[in-house]
Design a protein around this ligand. Structure first.
Ligand SMILES: CSCCC(=O)C(=O)COP(=O)(O)O
Ligand SMILES: [Zn+2]
Length: 240
């Protein structure tokens, strides 16, 4: 599939790759630049990153891979990816004409505060709906799918009857201005692997890209279920 965004050579009229392109061009389907494109298509088909909203960033060692801002996330190609050195926060690769995702400081928070291997941001309607139904936190217990979510503060996953708690922060006019409250929520809820953003969506992270993907899927399932339970008047936290 051809890119919907200009590649460096298209933009400059120059042929051939520059050395930084080797950071993102790979035959390996599990290379972060390839995975970001592949996973964003999956997320798009789930309705999670439509209309340019949302995305995913992946860390490989000290390098983090970041998608461009304001583009159709399901149409990206590896050549569109930014690469940043996590420690210095210097860009190792900057595609011309594109800006890095406005979510970058939020992704950095998950990398630096939780040693995440990937962070997913979606505009899932279930996530948005839940933030209209709950105040400071979303809570659910006694649903089998909870067993896919990690305890975070200790090894292993939650049990069936454990309570999953996800903090909710208030939205801001600009995505990057969410950073302080996201960091505050990460500190206040050491067991959380996700933060909901009111009337906006959710950030979910994990130790690896695959764990982040599974957590995001399981959490979205639980959020959607909670909206349906609420509609039927069924409490999401089971009383004994
Ligand atoms: C309609 S998308 C508004 C911005 C946003 O919330 C988002 O998640 C996308 O940000 P990006 O800069 O990665 O395009
Ligand atoms: Zn967003």
């Amino acid at each position: 599939m051809s890119s919907c965004f200009c590649s460096k050579s298209e933009e400059t009229g120059k042929q051939g790759a520059v050395p930084e392109d080797q950071l993102v061009i790979s035959d390996d389907s599990t290379h972060p630049a390839n995975l970001i494109c592949e996973l964003c298509k999956v997320f798009y088909n789930n309705g999670w990153v439509t209309g340019t909203g949302g995305g995913i960033s992946i860390r490989e060692g000290s390098k983090i891979f970041i998608a461009p801002s304001g583009v159709q996330k399901e149409r990206m190609v590896p050549d569109n990816m930014f690469v940043m050195d996590l420690e210095s926060e210097n860009y190792l690769r900057t595609p011309q004409i594109l800006k890095p995702s406005a979510c970058t400081p939020l992704f950095l928070s998950a990398y630096k505060m939780r040693d995440a291997g990937a962070c997913i941001h979606t505009h899932s309607q279930a996530a948005v709906m839940v933030t209209l139904l709950y105040d400071k936190v979303f809570e659910i217990s006694s649903i089998e799918q909870i067993k896919a979510i990690p305890k975070v503060t200790e090894k292993g996953n939650l049990m069936y009857s454990d309570k999953l708690v996800i903090p909710i922060i208030e939205n801001t006019e600009r995505e990057e201005n969410l950073t302080d409250s996201l960091q505050q929520a990460i500190k206040e809820y050491p067991g959380a692997t996700a933060v909901l953003v009111r009337r906006h969506g959710i950030y979910v992270w994990g130790e690896t890209v695959w764990k982040a993907k599974v957590y995001n899927e399981a959490i979205d399932y639980l959020l959607e279920l909670a909206v349906k339970m609420h509609h039927l008047g069924i409490p999401t936290v089971k009383q004994n």
